[in-house]
Write a protein that binds this ligand. Structure first.
Ligand code: CAA
Length: 378
């Protein structure tokens, strides 16, 4: 058992950490006002960060899954907004094509996605089908003439949706068959009948785009069916396994970022004649936060290791997400407490981590869904 990063992984960590500090930090305020970080994503693309685990053959960086998780972790310490954009783009916006696409689909879509020239989104959730993903109602009706599918319906809470170029869309081609009647499609921005709604106003992650997407008689070429008809649910679930490790790494980054600020502040802020870090009430708080983070780190990187080795990781991914997201919320709440009144103002970053943390317990499967996945696997 080796708890050290390899040299390559450590280089990745340092490179991304330096990039985040230099290129992302100056834009945090703008992102808080709702500005989507297009120029940062372009730079990330140039550095190969938008296609880390994608093979070089398809324009990616050809690195392993672990490197990708390290990048999300480091970026999220500084900007959870960029962490989720990267995670959704790669895990569920690009990888479904990499793993389930035809050679033609891969050649057509993956190089631009991996280079960050195109952004990916994942359209699964619907207004009345969130946790129960198999109950979705969008109907993709196969039109025999002309080799097209016509899709009607709508999706909600689509991360990256307002800025995406490629959408992985799940729709039912055979409603009688339940989860086995769901199919997946690659849909391009600009397809007639693809209607992008306005950005949701959210508690946190203000620089990320979350929209409703509506399909009105949207015609998709049959060549854009991903996998076979009826394979959509499995495609969604298989990619969510890895996706959940990405969100767990984002949550870990949030906790680490909040903790770093809290420790620095606690060492410099004096009350009752000494730094508050030396007061037991605050020192013990920091100790609990650090322990939660260490446990999250082990779960996240172990799940990433399994995935890197091509081993089953559904249960471990769910455990990592469940634990790391809870830790992110707890640590961010405590970080605000360490800062006292200052923590409640926007002059310090801890209130932002606090707001950004909550959704890690909700998206890519709520904590309740993670418990279902874990318990089913026992
Ligand atoms: N990999 C491959 N196949 C899988 C699978 C997996 N991880 N999990 C399930 N399947 C297969 C099953 O094997 C089964 O097929 P068979 O009958 O052939 O064996 C089929 O899928 C149905 O499985 P279940 O009966 O277990 O499905 P279910 O209806 O009980 O649902 C669930 C399972 C885990 C609750 C699922 O509905 C789920 O994950 N819900 C949460 C949805 C979710 O995570 N949404 C996230 C949206 S994306 C997002 O949030 C992105 C973002 O913005 C950040």
């Amino acid at each position: 058992m080796d708890f050290k990063f390899t040299e390559e992984h450590e280089m990745m960590r340092k490179m991304v950490s330096a990039f985040a500090e230099k290129e992302i930090t100056p834009h945090i305020e703008a992102m808080e006002t709702g500005v989507f970080p297009k120029t940062i994503l372009q730079k990330m693309g140039e550095l190969g960060l938008m296609g880390i685990p994608i093979s070089e053959e398809y324009g990616g960086a050809g690195m392993d899954f672990m490197s990708y998780i390290i990048a999300i972790n480091e970026i999220s310490k500084v900007s959870p907004t960029l962490g989720v954009i990267l995670s959704v783009h790669t895990s569920v916006g690009t990888n479904p094509i990499v793993y389930f696409g035809t050679e033609e689909q891969k050649r057509k879509y993956v190089p631009k996605l991996a280079a960050g020239k195109n952004l990916g989104a994942f359209c699964l959730t619907e207004q009345s089908s969130g946790s129960d993903a198999a109950s979705l109602k969008s109907k993709a009706v196969a039109v025999k003439e002309g080799g097209q599918y016509r899709i009607n319906g709508s999706k909600v809470f689509i991360t990256n949706g307002g800025q995406a170029d490629v959408f992985i869309v799940f729709a039912s081609t055979d409603p009688q068959k339940g989860s086995k009647g769901i199919s997946a499609f690659v849909v391009e921005k600009g397809t007639p009948g693809l209607i992008i709604g306005k950005d949701e106003r959210k508690m946190g992650l203000h620089g990320s785009s979350t929209v409703q997407v509506t399909f009105e008689d949207m015609k998709v070429p049959a060549a854009n069916l991903l996998g076979k008809e009826g394979e959509g649910f499995k495609i969604a679930m298989a990619n969510l396994d890895a996706g959940r490790i990405g969100i767990a790494a984002q949550a870990l980054g949030i906790a680490e970022g909040a903790m770093e600020h809290a420790v620095r502040y606690a060492k410099s802020r004096e009350q009752f004649g000494k730094p508050i870090a030396e007061q037991q009430g605050i020192g013990f708080k920091l100790a609990e936060m650090a322990t939660g983070i260490e446990a999250s780190r082990l779960l996240v990187y172990r799940a990433a290791y399994l995935r890197s080795q091509g081993l089953n990781c559904g249960k471990e991914a769910a455990m990592a997400k469940l634990f790391a997201s809870r830790t992110a919320v707890e640590v961010a709440i405590e970080a605000v407490q360490v800062f006292g009144g200052y923590g409640y103002t926007t002059d310090y970053p801890v209130e932002r981590y606090f707001r950004d943390a909550k959704v890690t317990e909700i998206y890519e499967g709520t904590s309740e869904i993670q418990r279902m996945v874990i318990s089913k696997n026992l």
